[in-house]
Design a protein around this ligand. Structure first.
Ligand SMILES: Nc1ncnc2c1ncn2[C@@H]1O[C@H](COP(=O)(O)OP(=O)(O)O)[C@@H](O)[C@H]1O
Ligand SMILES: [Mg+2]
Length: 248
């Protein structure tokens, strides 16, 4: 198999043209979007999707046009959190008028997505298919004018790196952690990747704050990365908590 660098010059410029065309299409679709915010965490289960959905709803209640792109293709939870209608259009309209696109809308049985490909190259294949799905969501969906497009990324850095490549520029990043040292260490890796790529760190949301999860992850990460803790969310917070978050 030839690598990119072994392609002959005419082929190579053809490839460059294709990448250019894709980026232009994404740029055209997102031309009316003021701010793109990627929500990251180091690990799953810390409430990233929960925070994304509630933050998006709060922004929408304050009069912003908000879209959520559920980029967690294997565990899409945003449709349930935003209560989008079952036969959803793309974008679907959820609670408080938040627009939403999710792989969950395209799965009839609710089962996790499994991309089938050559078994020996399963990992590479999956990564390529997921990057292609993200590119389609960004290049095909007519979001219209938005103040915020918030992306709920799966755990790890892979989707973030694909996003940087597709956008051609690093998105602003908001990180979600629970207070524990374990979560802090996982989020630290995600934040390092974001800083290396040149993302603007909007801040840290410390979630599930309370006796169940002792720790100081929020403050530790804030100090290390010189980024603010923009919210501390307890279990089952009152709805007004979201309206106090300074992301405007
Ligand atoms: N502050 C919170 N209070 C109550 N339940 C929460 C809170 N944050 C998250 N949850 C719940 O914890 C579970 C995991 O949250 P989720 O957003 O799916 O995590 P992630 O997207 O990081 O994997 C979900 O059932 C969610 O409803
Ligand atoms: Mg999630």
């Amino acid at each position: 198999m030839r690598t990119y660098h072994q392609l002959t010059d005419p082929d190579r410029s053809g490839l460059a043209d294709q990448i250019g065309a894709q980026r232009r299409r994404v740029a055209e679709q997102l031309a009316g979007v003021q701010r793109i915010v990627a929500v990251m965490s180091g690990k799953g289960g810390v409430g990233k999707s929960y925070v994304t959905a509630h933050l998006a709803r709060s922004l929408a209640r304050s009069g912003r046009a908000v879209g959520v792109l559920d980029a967690d293709f294997n565990g899409p939870t945003i449709p349930a959190l935003l209560q989008t209608p079952p036969e959803a259009a793309a974008p679907a309209i959820g609670l408080d008028g938040v627009k939403c696109v999710s792989m969950g809308h395209f799965l009839t049985d609710g089962a996790p997505l499994s991309f089938t490909g050559p078994p020996a190259e399963g990992f590479v294949w999956r990564g390529a298919m997921e990057a292609a799905a993200l590119r389609e969501f960004l290049g095909d969906v007519k979001w219209g004018p938005l103040d915020f497009l918030v992306l709920d990324l799966p755990p790890g850095m892979e989707r973030y790196l694909a996003l940087c490549d597709i956008l051609g520029a690093p998105p602003a990043v908001l990180t979600v952690t629970i207070p524990t040292a374990e979560s802090r260490d996982a989020v630290r890796r995600a934040m390092r990747a974001a800083v290396e790529r040149g993302s603007d760190l909007l801040g840290i949301v410390e979630n599930m704050v309370g006796p169940q999860f002792p720790g100081t992850a929020g403050d530790d990460l804030a100090r290390e990365f010189n980024a603010p803790v923009i919210a501390r969310i307890p279990f089952n917070p009152s709805p007004s908590v979201w309206d106090e978050i300074p992301l405007r």
